[in-house]
Design a protein around this ligand. Structure first.
Ligand code: ADP
Length: 321
């Protein structure tokens, strides 16, 4: 049976759609390149079988199939802070959940070697990732955000004394896992400016960074150092978030500013950086977070604070080069 290239192309497009990257036909032998970025192994295998079958039915004597993942556009958002305790992990979780609620495929990597808290925040404590082909499979969370944490690489409660290269390798394992169709990975970095952050910047090339700070001057000075690290690594700063601004007393409703207010916004302005939004100091944020129930998954006012930051980040991502 002779084969016509046009007909063969049509038959392949029926099963592979836009994933058919190229087709060449020589003496009845079809050389086919498929774009398989974002597909899990099983789906890749299914696609390959379907394409082989379609090529044979259309009359090719042999189908040589190559697969590439070139077009894969997975982007990393690094969340950093100058020091611990400012709410970087809380923001990472809620930013990821809020972006997922806005319809994006979002994953989360907890690279905080000093205190990996994401298993608790995303209610995946005690779950261990499975592996396939020597790569980890991210743990699904109840909020549609698959995740992997440094905490998954050690026994619960075991003290971690990471040395620089070890931590870098561990981070590599989390980043190079089977992320499937995840298009955005939020990375909760350790606070400060050490080895893990440098590895992140040089090896995994985040599309941009979000800097979290509380409003007071000291925290802002630390945040400035973190910003310097990203700028040195040529990672664009998406913007700054002010956390723990404006405390609303749960008893009397009066608003006060234990850490000041507006400091991060003013600092962002001085440094010429976008300001992404403010999250109030709110007891229910801590309580819900500790209970593995991220406020961004709910419909309260705290959820809206995170949703608004998520919209700003997505707008940046969608318009970034
Ligand atoms: P970091 O990752 O910067 O060390 P965390 O996200 O772990 O900080 O936050 C430190 C503590 O502060 C946690 O107990 C967290 O629940 C709490 N927290 C964070 N942001 C807020 C907020 N806006 N309101 C109340 N508590 C918060």
């Amino acid at each position: 049976m002779s084969v016509d290239e046009q007909a063969l192309r049509g038959a392949l497009e029926q099963v592979a759609g836009a994933r058919l990257q190229s087709l060449r036909l020589t003496d009845g032998v079809a050389t086919i390149v498929l774009e398989v970025g974002g597909l899990e192994r099983l789906d890749r295998d299914k696609l390959e079988m379907a394409v082989r079958d379609a090529a044979r039915k259309a009359g090719a004597t042999e189908a040589r199939i190559a697969m590439t993942a070139e077009k894969r556009m997975r982007r990393i958002i690094a969340v950093g802070s100058g020091k611990g305790g400012v709410g970087k992990s809380t923001l990472s979780t809620n930013l990821a959940v809020a972006m997922a609620r806005l319809g994006r495929k979002v994953g989360l990597v907890d690279a905080d070697i000093y205190g990996p808290s994401q298993p608790r925040l995303l209610a995946t404590e005690g779950r261990r990732p499975e592996a396939e082909d020597n790569k980890m499979i991210p743990v699904p969370s109840p909020f549609g955000v698959p995740m992997l944490s440094m905490g998954h690489l050690v026994e619960p409660g075991q003290a971690i004394a990471w040395r620089g290269p070890m931590a870098g390798n561990a981070l590599g394992q989390l980043m190079d896992a089977h992320w499937g169709d995840v298009e955005i990975i939020v990375v909760d970095l350790p606070p400060g400016t050490g080895d893990v952050q440098l590895t992140m910047l040089s090896k995994h090339k985040p599309a941009g960074a979000v800097i979290v700070s509380t409003p007071q001057d000291l925290a802002l000075m630390d945040a400035t150092r973190a910003i310097g690290l990203f700028e040195q690594g040529k990672v664009p700063i998406i913007g700054m978030v002010e956390n723990m601004a404006g405390y609303i007393c749960p008893h009397c409703g009066e608003e006060s500013d234990p850490f000041g207010n507006g400091g991060a916004e003013a600092a962002a302005r001085t440094m010429g950086l976008p300001f992404l939004g403010r999250v109030p100091l709110d007891l229910s944020i801590r309580q819900q977070s500790d209970a593995g129930n991220p406020p961004a998954a709910g419909d309260g006012p705290q959820g809206e604070a995170f949703a608004s930051i998520a919209r700003a980040v997505l707008q940046w991502l969608d318009t970034a080069q």
